[in-house]
Design a protein around this ligand. Structure first.
Ligand SMILES: C[S@@+](CC[C@H](N)C(=O)[O-])C[C@H]1O[C@@H](n2cnc3c(N)ncnc32)[C@H](O)[C@@H]1O
Length: 284
């Protein structure tokens, strides 16, 4: 475990948690949850899918399996480095279907109206303020054909829990941290409201699926690395919050990941995170 963990590294576009190291680490520890949420969309063989905000392209192999050789994938991301990485990975992976990855903004998509059967947009809404979330949903609905699907996947941090100290300590931290006016945290906390957002945008048959990912001892090396980053990030944010003396001390200790009595070495340690997908249909 390294106290230099890069969990809060930003991309050149300024997005937290969107660099290669963080995306690969999170994708690998949450793989089962991510796969089951993608499958919940019920993408059909032969469909043309847009992976909106594709990052380093982690979902592309799974999407290509679902659409098969008769299908097609387009992928778009605003960040040039992530687009280059996704392109390099796809050219090595030889996916089952034609796949085109390009740089572009989800608020002004470089695609024709009704171009896709479905759009998959994973872990992106957290970067958008309310106004831009509305604009993005409008754009995604524009490029999906009538009857097609819009699927928004997010992390639901309202269910995140590090044990010990337990979820209440995290809730107290988030409450105080939000009071500092961190828009990013507010946008992350918006995940449970996404079904309302999709319905208000005009999508029909809106429904939500959620999956918990848990990790307990013995933690694998990849879990230890990822969770050390989670601990350090929360500790750094807590240090900027006006918490009680006991909570200040608690989060300081959570950040000391190399200490022998750190929570990640506790035999009863337990981590839980929730991921959701909200799916809606473009009206016929
Ligand atoms: C946390 S990453 C998720 C990447 C990928 N979907 C995944 O789940 O592994 C968020 C991605 O959204 C991209 N992004 C954020 N805002 C965007 C926008 N307005 N247009 C296009 N991409 C955007 C970032 O560049 C980053 O690659």
């Amino acid at each position: 475990m390294s106290e230099n963990s890069q969990i809060q590294a930003d991309t050149s576009e300024g997005h937290r948690f969107s660099d290669e190291e963080h995306l690969d680490g999170h994708f690998s520890i949450a793989y089962n949850a991510y796969e089951s949420l993608l499958r919940a969309v019920q993408i059909q063989a032969g469909w043309h899918i847009l992976d909106a905000g594709c990052g380093t392209g982690a979902f592309l192999p799974l999407i290509s399996e679902l659409v098969g050789a008769r299908g097609q994938i387009s992928a778009v991301d605003v960040d040039a480095e992530n687009v280059a990485l996704a392109q390099a990975r796809v050219s090595q992976a030889q996916l089952q279907c034609p796949t085109k990855i390009e740089q572009g903004d989800l608020l002004d998509l470089p695609y024709k109206t009704n171009a896709f059967d479905a759009v998959w947009c994973a872990n992106v809404s957290q970067y958008l303020d309310d106004n831009n979330l509305s604009v993005m949903l409008e754009e995604l609905m524009r490029v999906v054909r009538p009857g097609g699907l819009v699927a928004i996947k997010e992390t639901d941090i309202t269910a995140m829990s590090l044990n010990p100290p337990g979820p209440r300590a995290t809730w107290r931290l988030y409450e105080t941290w939000q009071g500092r006016g961190d828009a990013y945290l507010t946008q992350l906390l918006r995940a449970p409201e996404l079904p309302v957002w999709l319905s208000k945008s005009g999508l029909t048959n809106v429904h939500l699926e959620s999956v918990f990912s848990v990790a307990s001892q013995p933690l694998s090396p990849k879990h230890k690395t990822f969770l050390a980053g989670v601990c350090i990030y929360h500790s750094q944010e807590a240090a900027q919050c006006d918490l009680s003396e006991s909570d200040t001390l608690l989060w300081q200790q959570v950040g000391e990941v190399n200490s022998a009595d750190h929570i990640l070495n506790n035999p009863d340690f337990y981590y839980r995170e929730a991921n959701i997908v909200v799916i809606g249909q473009v009206p016929e």
